[in-house]
Design a protein around this ligand. Structure first.
Ligand SMILES: Cc1cc2nc3c(=O)[nH]c(=O)nc-3n(C[C@H](O)[C@H](O)[C@H](O)COP(=O)(O)OP(=O)(O)OC[C@H]3O[C@@H](n4cnc5c(N)ncnc54)[C@H](O)[C@@H]3O)c2cc1C
Length: 504
């Protein structure tokens, strides 16, 4: 009886929508869209008065993403995603797609008044041993993927923190093995994706190769990815690594260490990996460097090339022989988690010893000047894109980032600046000031001739034009591919959030 009522309401709404909003360019009301969706997929659609909605609509890493969608849709099959996209396209409904919800840009993976598609229920993990890949549902967190693969002594090229989602596989993606294998996008063999007309396409190097290229950096502009195929690499079951904490008194030597990692260690031995990080906590006024350092081999201590990390006076370490899952778990336990508002900024430079040292000194001064901001934590993470990482991208079929024409054979350093704080009222002021700080560092980099224009999409902040940074030629190519697969611009008009294709 109840089901009949729902479908009559839904059908009435669909009819109303078809005879009004559909004909105009204006998006249909979220309520009407949700009723229509509930009519065709009642078990997967959750309205605001349900516990599922309450839990899901604020389930984001940064509270800046806690918006108020008209309903939450949790499809558990590719077919349901396809049916929903056909409905949304015909009714002109706006939506946002959430992977793991770690992008702090408001509206990137959530939406006020539209439909939040949570991919959580697309959680399959199927290992194909014969062909050397794992098929992963788009809603998986990285920890689940490592946990499934570790017992088989296999590792994919995905990120380093267990809680993050797979958005990195359509943006860029640094992994434990990036120095040898390149970025996540370069080790993704297939995207199963629902495109604008609601059909399901497998994009890989043989089938729809243009779309395959575009998805390697093109974010949510081309479709909803439902499953990824990641190449798997055999390993011996354990590697050696952990976090090393250096106190502020070591910062001069730490800055040299970071530079050596970017230009020598990461370049000359591709089994090395580090995530060099500085942290400042306002409450205690303590700054430290807390860096993941790793050797991708079953050894019992850091090899000579990584020994400098232990020669600089340090205060603690968690180095041990362990699985990738254990490393990702440790990353997930760090200061990055917990409820907070976040702003992140990202810019790039060519590796330069003096600049890297000055960039943190300037950011630290700025953080100390903001010490009294409630909940203040500031982080700087300089991460290398080595010449081999770029070459791996080219050798594995190419991606949309455009780095091969601009890296000039040098290591590019992407510098992530992250700000945590507690009060919503501080958001506009802090975002503006944090951005101004980044702009001043960009100006300094330009003055010193070390600036590089790349903005890594996965770490970019609100207002930063990541896709424009791929270069005019690649942007034009992305636009052509978007036109071919999405002639009416569904993924521009109806999916308004996140890093979008620059307008022509
Ligand atoms: C604590 C922390 C640790 C991190 N560590 C790493 C790391 O080790 N390596 C690294 O490279 N990056 C890392 N990142 C950055 C991370 O890659 C980005 O935050 C990325 O956006 C996370 O993806 P998500 O699915 O969790 O995010 P979401 O916010 O859910 O998605 C990001 C964007 O991708 C789109 N999207 C997501 N899934 C789909 C889909 N299936 N189809 C279409 N569009 C989709 C969304 O619409 C959104 O615009 C880290 C971030 C955090 C916060």
């Amino acid at each position: 009886m109840r089901a009949t009522t729902v479908s009559i309401v839904a059908l009435t709404s669909v009819f109303a929508a078809l005879t009004s909003g559909f004909m105009t360019a204006r998006p249909q009301s979220g309520l009407a869209c949700c009723r229509a969706l509930k009519g065709i997929l009642p078990d997967d659609t959750f309205l605001p008065n349900t516990t599922v909605y309450i839990a899901e609509h604020h389930d984001f890493w940064s509270s800046t993403e806690g918006l108020n969608p008209a309903c939450v849709f949790l499809p558990n099959t590719t077919d349901k995603v396809a049916r929903a996209v056909r409905l949304f396209t015909s009714l002109n409904c706006q939506w946002a797609t959430r992977g793991g919800g770690h992008c702090p840009i408001p509206g990137a993976a959530n939406i006020d008044g539209g439909i939040l598609i949570g991919t959580n229920q697309l959680n399959a993990i199927d290992i194909n041993h014969e062909e050397g890949y794992v098929r992963v549902g788009a809603g998986n967190r990285l920890g689940a993927v490592y946990t499934a693969l570790d017992p088989h002594n296999l590792v994919p090229i995905i990120g380093r923190f267990e809680d993050i989602g797979l958005g990195l596989a359509i943006g860029a993606g640094f992994s434990f093995l990036s120095n040898s294998e390149g970025l996540t996008i370069d080790n993704t063999l297939n995207y199963e994706v629902v495109i604008a007309n609601g059909t399901v396409v497998n994009a890989n190097k043989y089938s729809h190769p243009d779309l395959f290229w575009a998805l390697k950096g093109g974010n949510n502009n081309f479709g909803i990815v439902t499953h990824f195929h990641f190449q798997t690499f055999p390993y011996d079951g354990t590697v050696y690594g952990g976090n090393i904490v250096h106190p502020e008194s070591s910062f001069d030597q730490v800055a040299d260490l970071f530079y050596e990692y970017h230009t020598h260690q990461a370049v000359d031995d591709v089994l090395t990996h580090a995530m060099p990080s500085y942290v400042y906590v306002g409450l205690t006024d303590v700054a430290r460097a807390e860096s993941l350092v790793l050797y991708n081999a079953p050894v019992d201590e850091l090899p000579p090339i990584l020994q400098p990390w232990l020669e600089v006076p340090y205060q603690s370490d968690t180095l041990s022989r362990r699985t990738y899952g254990s490393l990702a778990h440790e990353g997930g336990n760090g200061i990055f988690y917990g409820l907070a508002l976040r702003d992140q900024r990202l810019f790039s430079v060519y590796a330069d010893r003096e600049f890297l040292k000055d960039a943190w000194e300037i950011q630290l001064q700025w953080l100390r000047a903001h010490q009294d901001v409630p909940g203040l934590i500031g982080v700087q993470v300089p991460m290398p894109i080595t010449p081999n990482q770029v070459a791996q991208g080219v050798a594995k079929g190419g991606n949309a980032l455009g780095l091969e024409s601009t890296n000039n054979g040098r290591s590019i350093v992407v510098i992530l600046m992250l700000l945590n704080f507690s009060n919503l009222a501080d958001l506009p002021r802090l975002r503006a000031e944090h951005n101004a700080l980044m702009e001043s560092l960009v100006d300094l980099a330009k003055e010193r001739g070390v600036y590089h224009p790349y903005i890594m999409l996965t770490y970019s902040g609100a207002g930063q034009e990541a896709i424009a940074s791929y270069g005019a030629e690649n942007v034009a190519k992305l636009r052509r591919i978007a036109k071919a697969y999405d002639p009416t611009g569904v993924f521009q008009r109806l999916v308004p959030g996140g890093q979008k294709l620059p307008r022509a």
